[in-house]
Design a protein around this ligand. Sequence first.
Ligand code: TMP
Ligand code: MG
Length: 286
Amino acid sequence: MIPEFSKPSVFMRDPQKVQKIMQSMVKAGFNTLQVISDFDMTLTRFAYNGKRCPTCHNIMDNSKLISSEGRAKLKELLDTYYPIEIDSSLSVEEKLPLMVEWWTKAHDLLIQQAIKKDHLAVMVNESDAKLRDGFQLFFDHLHKHNVPLLIFSAGVGDILEEVIRQAGVFHPNVKVFSNYMDFDEAGVLRAFKGELIHVYNKREGAMLNTGHFQELRARPNVLLLGDSLGDLNMADGVQDMQNILKIGFLNDKVEERKQAYLDSYDIVLVKDETMEVPNAILLYLT
Ligand code: TMP
Ligand code: MG
């Protein structure tokens, strides 16, 4: 069907189901599609030259503009809670309170660091954050064909917007649901706005934004991209959904998590740092 599906990184539990969904989407037309994507470790790379790439939070955590004491504390949080986030022996119910704890502690530390709005662009520019290879085609193609792209992230909205702005792909068809910073009149971080979004409450986040999905009700076909099992809930607000094709990037702890990913994502991309497969699907659907 698609030559990219024979890449060694591509796994599917039910290739026939994938084929059926795609045929149905082709029939409905590209103008009935909406794309919903996670940001960290989905649109951005997990690793580059064997080194981990930063998430939105890590872009700030690693910055020289943060005190070394603050950096050490944020690193300690990451070392404590990231293993819990990806632990397949714990249920989502068990992880939930711990994720809230992680986000709350991290945001408190960032507020203590009195981060300046003016510094965000420099932090992003000096970071090792990288969008996946092929990101340009992905963003530009969706823009060219007026397909709405919702970036739904438990990261930090101000940072992710800056990443895509600096990459030249923050097009008007892109909408972001994320955690946004609240700055005082002097441009110093004082809080985070609205309801907290963490990796395992994206369903609640979707429900707070019914207006967006209402506007897109003429687009009942969804391409979903994520890297966490929590990302599967990003499309919970979509109205009158007809077809959904779910692509999951499995970046870490592959053997432990592969079966769970195969059971819930239609296509699983194992340690694939590129947008080749999503791009090939978009071209096929166009
Ligand atoms: P995402 O929804 O765009 O993937 O963003 C969430 C990721 O952010 C999640 O995988 C964990 C990560 N994270 C950090 O790296 N540092 C932090 O301090 C926090 C709270 C989250
Ligand atoms: Mg992610």
